[in-house]
Design a protein around this ligand. Sequence first.
Ligand code: NAD
Length: 316
Amino acid sequence: MGNILVTGALGQIGSELVPALRAEYGRDRVIATDLKVLPPTGAEALAPYDHLDCTDPHQLHEAVRRHDVSTIYHLAALLSASAEAAPQFAWTVNMSSLYNVLEVARGYGCQVFFPSSIGAFGPDTPRDMTPQVTVQRPTTIYGVTKVSGELLCDYYASRFGVDTRGLRLPGLVSYAAAPGGGTTDYAVEMFCHAVRYGQYTCFLAPDTRLDMAYMPDAVDGMMRLMATDAGKLRYRNAYNITAMSVTPEEIAAAIRAHMPGFEIDYEIDPVRQAIADSWPRSLDDSAARADWGWSPKFDLHAMARDMLLRLGEKMK
Ligand code: NAD
């Protein structure tokens, strides 16, 4: 078995996925890569780390060859709100990087993880208990790149036998790294502002219901999916997963159970509200549970307790 390469490793997911992969497979076997150039002091703590722009096929090819890579977790992308602010750039980053990853995987026989999103659905999709296989006509450029990415993964699996695997991730809540420009960033911000200021102004309406999961469950899901026997997987584009379907006011209430003085008000951002209103309210993740054992441990209250504890320690 070769080594594992993670693209976009310095983002919200990579900051927790890389340590989890290193704990499981050994530090030297997991190569963190990102577009960001690390200061010399930070580089040692993250080693092995390579600066890698995965829109450049040569850099990617060279990294996979040099590090004897057999598995790629491809996290690099522009997220929903950032993508909507720069749609042409988002298409280039999200699609050319995935194409490069799949091509290099075809050449070197690598397994590939691709994170799709609840953003891969649109206003024509059934919004409650959204099925695994359903209408996917997103109205955001982010969603367009995620549906196209799912189809490309399917194509490389059936046409070239590349071992592609993916998840339609819900909004992810975590404390290790700041979220990177998504529509569900408010959930993380709400916890951080609660601990720091006791108050948060939310950019989505109080009753906007969306799927979420706590990062430890999401990381466990990615690693579990990648370790599953190929024969058990019915879907090679991406599996629906979720751990909770919640609104901003429900998250605020879960915070108030630990911090009774926490206050929330709302200043709605029409761009992100429109994105959220085009997404499912709750996903049906039964295929993921049946095929490879998706089984999140954190519900809203367990997540709120853990987030407030960890952030309290971090901000001491
Ligand atoms: P993030 O924005 O926090 O991190 C992305 C990282 O990719 C950044 O460190 C950035 O520097 C890097 N990057 C950007 N362009 C690059 C390039 N050309 N080459 C190499 N690196 C580049 O994102 P995240 O939250 O960690 O998300 C990772 C993946 O998961 C994305 O594909 C995202 O669409 C998907 N996803 C995330 C969430 C979530 O809630 N975080 C939900 C659904 C799907």
